[in-house]
Design a protein around this ligand. Structure first.
Ligand code: AP5
Length: 214
């Protein structure tokens, strides 16, 4: 099963992708996590990626498209994947469609997480993440069992791009570049919208239903 997760920053895509991945037994591929791994390397590409992420802008299409398509060829993805954070522009969506046509693969479902901006801000400001295993928590809504420490034992961090001023840029980039991708998949008849304002477990039930998982 090949599923794409679309939605604004902080909508709960990573949280739900982790759960669905466990439920259906296919890997969770998150472009944000892939890029954060690249940015910690002190290479010219790593520095370019860091500058994009920390300013809230998208990494240029020509830097991300080939990396993602190459990753989707991985033998561990033969049974499918949950792709979280890609495509984020029309150019990326068209490149993914071309890749699928050439590889005889197809996306089964695109799940769009819908949520008002005020709630997104609350979620982003309370988010804490593990820099090693990428597990996501929230100070109020989904706290770590041991304060500030991941279940894997590593100290949790607040992402630099979760600062108030960067979040404003990320929302504006989302509306300009990513929102049109929703219509792209609606036209292809692949889109399922999920009300992401519910609790984590209720959103998970809606996501399973939208994905056709019982
Ligand atoms: P990325 O890491 O993908 O960030 P994002 O899309 O902005 O999404 P987030 O990770 O902020 O949120 P999420 O929807 O996963 O929510 P989460 O589950 O964490 O990308 C980062 C950057 O990388 C981009 O800005 C860009 O620079 C670059 N990039 C990535 N992909 C790219 C691409 N394709 N092209 C170009 N550049 C790219 O949940 C948020 C919080 O809410 C958590 O604390 C969680 O515990 C809590 N929460 C979740 N669900 C609920 C709920 N139902 N109720 C209450 N709390 C909840």
């Amino acid at each position: 099963m090949r599923i794409l997760f679309l939605g604004p920053p902080g909508a709960g895509k990573g949280t739900q992708a982790g759960r669905l991945s466990k439920r259906i037994g296919v890997p969770h591929i998150a472009t944000g996590n892939m890029l954060r791994e690249t940015m910690i390397k002190e290479t010219p590409l790593g520095r370019e990626v860091r500058s994009c992420i920390e300013s809230g802008k998208l990494v240029p299409d020509d830097r991300i498209i080939d990396v993602v398509c190459e990753r989707l060829r991985g033998p561990d993805l033969a049974k499918g994947y949950i792709l979280d954070g890609f495509p984020r522009t029309i150019k990326q969506a068209e490149a993914l469609s071309d890749f699928e046509n050439q590889s005889d693969m197809k996306t089964d479902r695109v799940i769009y997480f819908s949520l008002p901006e005020a709630e997104l801000v609350k979620r982003i400001s309370g988010r804490r993440s593990c820099p090693v295993c990428s597990r996501i928590y929230h100070l109020l809504y989904d706290p770590a069992p041991q304060k500030d420490v991941c279940v894997c034992g590593v100290q949790l961090i607040q992402r630099k791009d979760d600062s108030e001023e960067t979040v404003v840029v990320r929302f504006s980039v989302y509306h300009r570049e990513t929102a049109p991708v929703i219509q792209y998949y609606e036209r292809l008849g692949l889109l399922a919208q999920v009300d992401a304002t519910q609790t984590i477990s209720d959103v998970f039930s809606s996501v399973c239903k939208a994905a056709g998982v019982v």
